[in-house]
Design a protein around this ligand. Structure first.
Ligand code: FE2
Length: 191
């Protein structure tokens, strides 16, 4: 299977200076594209040549895993973003209130987790097999699906995600990210 770089679900100018066109040119146009190209080269002649991205993430290790997971994580991250502010609602809002007491507590816990991820990685809201929600972080390319959890939301905390617009201020990037979430997408993942 040859993987393709998916279209972005918005224009690269859509977020103004919150996430700049230049960030998308590098983060999407260079980094995400490179993971796709690397993966396509790495799987030639391996058992993963005809596997789906999810199958590769669940079974592969090393460079094949890293590039496959980074392809998936970035596509998922773009889908988690919305230029217009949205809010969680319905069953997802109920689940957030049940797990974290309030949306504001969820925000605080997500922020602290994402700030606290040492080095490159991802902040996640996941659904556990028992249906409960959890916030977790993963290092480098790792994805909670390998641990049987369903990703609902992710925030890329690799420096390449924010360095152009926020320099080393990861906290400011995360604060802004939390107001750019496509909660409809997250709600659909939860349903
Ligand atoms: Fe990234």
């Amino acid at each position: 299977m040859t993987f393709k770089l998916p279209e972005l679900p918005f224009e690269t100018e859509a977020f103004g200076n919150r996430l700049s066109k230049e960030t998308f040119e590098y983060h999407y146009g260079k980094h995400h594209a490179a993971y796709v190209n690397n993966l396509n080269k790495l799987i030639v002649g391996t058992p993963f040549e005809n596997a789906s991205l999810e199958e590769i993430i669940k079974k592969a290790q090393g460079p094949v895993f890293n590039n496959a997971a980074q392809v998936w994580n970035h596509t998922f991250y773009w889908d988690c973003l919305s230029p217009k502010q949205t809010s969680p609602s319905g069953a997802l809002m109920t689940a957030i209130n049940k797990q974290f007491n309030s949306y504001n507590e969820f925000r605080e816990k997500f922020t602290q987790a994402a700030i606290g991820q040492f080095g490159s990685g991802w902040g996640w809201l996941v659904k556990n097999p028992d249906g409960s929600l959890a916030i977790e972080t993963t290092g480098n390319a790792a994805n909670p699906m390998t641990g049987g959890k369903k990703p609902l939301l992710t925030c890329d905390v690799w420096e390449h995600a924010y360095y152009i617009d926020y320099r080393n201020n990861r906290a400011k990037y995360i604060e802004t990210f939390l107001d750019m979430i496509n909660w409809k997408f997250v709600g659909n993942n939860h349903a």
